[in-house]
Design a protein around this ligand. Structure first.
Ligand SMILES: Nc1nc2c(c(=O)[nH]1)N[C@H]1C(S)=C(S)[C@@H](COP(=O)(O)OP(=O)(O)OC[C@H]3O[C@@H](n4cnc5c(=O)[nH]c(N)nc54)[C@H](O)[C@@H]3O)O[C@H]1N2
Ligand SMILES: Nc1nc2c(c(=O)[nH]1)N[C@H]1C(S)=C(S)[C@@H](COP(=O)(O)OP(=O)(O)OC[C@H]3O[C@@H](n4cnc5c(=O)[nH]c(N)nc54)[C@H](O)[C@@H]3O)O[C@H]1N2
Ligand code: SF4
Ligand SMILES: [Mo]
Length: 659
């Protein structure tokens, strides 16, 4: 029997593999034996017919790919690297890479090629939370654990659909409810998650800053904040207090779309709860004011001192299995490594550790900027930017300007593969080993369960081959993932608050290591947290008479993003269709749309034809389409948050018509 861990979402469920069967690990603290359909089907993904099994190359994207060899493909890429200025090279990584993959790619890119254009799809996902945590509590650090729901009284879920996106955590929420936890769900859609709520608030899309400001204002006005905590541990209280004296409360409530009664109901729950957790995901992060939304939410925890105490805190629910680990390693272009930045001191420390003098002293391009930056070489690994970036027609044009696009993928049917020149076959989950940090700082280990397909390689090995071809034999001489992990552990010592060096690689598959458990205070220089005054600036695309609906996009339970990996057997796919548009029944009536009608959804950027689902479970003038529809981003706009550079995926102006 081999113990491993699921490679899909940030929950990180433990698995047991026995005689070709996969079951949940009953002894594992996170999932206690439970798995969702994606976890159960992990093995299926190894044997699908769409695996990419050989390196392939072509000169032009209009040509067919031709099978190549590893030697030849790597030589061609290395030649290109040598001929290209570092700032014209980009590494587009993924929150699904393992920590060791991330470490090698980051070391090669930032440390030895000398480009800080090393970023990840987490930019489209968690970067708003990253920036907000840093600004408010001083570090990209999730200050509580999932298990805290069992010592909490109230869980507020806003912009998160755990029933479909963090399924096993959702089961834990249901269990905690039996022990007294109250749940409030805030979402423009009455989601599967809302069904278990004690109170559901149908917030208007984009209304969260106002909502959390209203809470903060009430806390201050009614003197319900924790004065002692604020005095001792929090900056900017007076500023917030003064600003809140003049805010337009009625207008703010109107922007939330909630009635006074609904807010008062909420306030009753809030006021009467001792321990509170507020959890959120894409409904807040993916916004042109994503950082501000996060900060407005975190404010409520700072004012009440509900942080670093059991059962309390702002819980960002990370989506991908190793988006956290990637951030820790330094996989964002705005970070150098191990949560250190580009200040002289950090660069010196990292240069000395890696034995290099190539590190450039400015942050690099973000994933959401790379295609627009006239790059000469783009290396994409474990992610599908043409599928996932907003405003796809524009992205398709931009990627075609890059002379060499390399795609490292385990499957051959990504959308990006249509635009790549070289593609390299990666070994997927189950054919390799390595570590990941799940959403609440648990470092877990994936194990190799079957032999690696002959011509496939683990992602770290592919970056290693490139490093060796570029002449960095000494610095990239790793024999296995354990050696990489241990070097990375040494490196974490450069950052005082990272105690990852205490983990033991060989013990990780039996028991996850939770780092940062001794951190019980703020990580800012003055050890105090920062409050911010935020305003809803209404920066999203405006709806109008022609495009009167707001388009929301999100997950379906049984598919993982583009679906290259979740090739689920039909029997498991009974739960929900993968392509549809949900529209409110009143709006549908006016447009003469009925369920199962074929409709066209159109924005300024494109059109998608799909099937209508008429429902009362979504706000008026708001429609929802799942990202399991691979064409989704032909519709979305490419506005970005000015600090996190995360896209505004949850607010595009569209129209919907029957075809
Ligand atoms: N089955 C499955 N699970 C997954 C994934 C997958 O592809 N499939 N992907 C993983 C990844 S990478 C991620 S990032 C997570 C995402 O996890 P979630 O964010 O929980 O998933 P989404 O479906 O995007 O849900 C976002 C919710 O925000 C709501 N929303 C939209 N706009 C607003 C708003 O203005 N305010 C509020 N309060 N709510 C709003 C939407 O209606 C939606 O219900 O899921 C992870 N888990
Ligand atoms: N409109 C809209 N767009 C969105 C979102 C949204 O909510 N709405 N969400 C955004 C978010 S939060 C995210 S995280 C992104 C996700 O977007 P992507 O990361 O593009 O989605 P995936 O389909 O998970 O892509 C992972 C790729 O890795 C490949 N792969 C699988 N296993 C391996 C392996 O072991 N090695 C390698 N090298 N490759 C492998 C898969 O075949 C697949 O092509 O989408 C973003 N885009
Ligand atoms: S909840 Fe997430 S980690 Fe657990 S089995 Fe499902 S996809 Fe895997
Ligand atoms: Mo994500």
């Amino acid at each position: 029997m081999i113990k491993s861990v699921c490679g899909y979402c940030g929950v990180g469920c433990g698995l047991e593999y026995d005689e070709s069967k996969l079951i949940g690990d009953v002894a594992y603290p996170i999932n206690e034996g439970k798995l969702c359909s994606k976890g159960i089907s992990e093995l299926v993904s190894i044997d699908t017919s769409t695996r990419l099994l050989r390196p392939q190359m072509r000169d032009n994207i209009s040509d067919e790919y031709k099978v190549s060899s590893w030697d030849e493909s790597i030589r061609v890429i290395a030649d290109k690297v040598k001929k290209t200025k570092p700032k014209k090279i980009g590494f587009y990584l993924s929150g699904q890479l393992l920590t060791e993959d991330y470490y090698i790619a980051n070391k090669l890119g930032k440390g030895f090629i000398g480009t800080n254009n090393v970023d990840t799809n987490s930019r489209t996902c968690m970067s708003s939370a990253v920036v907000a945590y840093k600004k408010s509590i001083g570090a990209d650090f999730v200050p509580l654990r999932m298990e805290d729901i069992f010592s909490s009284d109230l869980l507020i879920l806003t912009g998160a659909n755990t029933a479909e996106a963090h399924v096993v955590f959702h089961n834990q929420i249901k269990k905690a409810k039996k022990q007294g936890l109250k749940v409030i769900v805030i979402d423009p859609r009455y989601t599967e998650t809302a069904k278990i709520a004690d109170l559901y608030l149908p917030i208007k899309a984009g209304g969260d800053i106002d909502f959390f400001n209203l809470i903060s204002k009430r806390l201050i006005d009614e003197a319900l904040y924790d004065k002692e905590f604020v005095d001792l541990h929090v900056n900017n209280f007076e500023l917030l207090q003064n600003k809140f004296k003049r805010v337009p409360v009625t207008k703010m409530l109107k922007r939330t779309g909630l009635t006074k009664e609904q807010f008062e109901w909420f306030w009753m729950f809030y006021k009467n709860s001792k321990n509170i957790i507020t959890a959120w995901t894409m409904g807040l992060n993916q916004s042109v004011q994503g950082v501000d939304k996060n900060l407005a939410l975190i404010n409520t925890h700072l004012l009440t001192g509900r942080i670093f105490k059991p059962g309390n805190g702002p819980l960002s629910l990370t989506g991908q299995p190793n988006a956290m680990g990637g951030r820790e390693v330094g996989g964002l272009s705005t970070v150098l490594a191990v949560h250190l930045g580009f200040d002289v001191k950090s660069i010196n420390k990292v240069s000395k550790f890696w034995g290099t003098n190539k590190i450039y002293n400015k942050p690099g391009l973000t994933a959401t900027q790379m295609l627009e930056a006239d790059l000469d070489l783009l290396i994409i690994c474990h992610t599908d930017p043409i599928y996932h970036l907003p405003n796809r027609h524009k992205m398709e044009k931009l990627i075609q300007k890059i002379p060499m696009v390399v795609e490292i993928n385990a499957y051959e049917n990504s959308e990006t593969s249509k635009f790549a020149h070289i593609r390299l076959p990666a070994a997927p989950w189950g054919e390799k080993e390595g570590t990941q940090t799940n959403l609440d700082r648990s470092i877990t280990k994936q194990e190799k369960l079957s032999r690696t397909s002959i011509d496939c390689k683990a992602d770290w090995q592919i970056f290693q081959l490139l490093a060796l071809e570029l002449g960095f034999e000494k610095e990239f001489s790793y024999k296995n993932t354990k050696e990489i992990f241990q070097e990375y552990q040494e490196m974490t010592k450069l950052n005082d608050h990272m105690d990852i060096h205490l983990a033991n690689y060989d013990e990780l598959s039996d028991k996850p290591f939770v780092w940062g458990e001794n951190i019980k205070g703020f990580l800012t220089k003055d050890k105090k947290a920062n409050l911010y005054f935020l305003e809803n600036k209404l920066l999203s695309e405006k709806t109008n008479l022609i495009y009167p609906f707001v388009l929301l996009t999100g997950r379906t339970r049984d598919q993982w993003h583009s679906g290259t990996k979740t090739n689920l057997p039909k029997t498991l796919l009974k739960y929900k269709a993968l392509e549809f548009v949900e529209i409110n029944s009143e709006d549908a009536k006016l447009l003469n749309i009925k369920s199962d009608d074929i409709v066209a959804v159109t924005s300024l950027r494109g059109t998608i034809t799909t099937v209508a689902i008429v429902t009362d479970n979504i706000n008026r003038k708001t429609i929802f389409m799942p990202i399991s529809n691979r064409d989704i981003n032909y519709l979305t706009n490419d506005l970005l948050d000015s600090e996190s550079f995360e896209p505004d995926y949850n607010y595009s102006a569209v129209k919907i018509t029957k075809v």
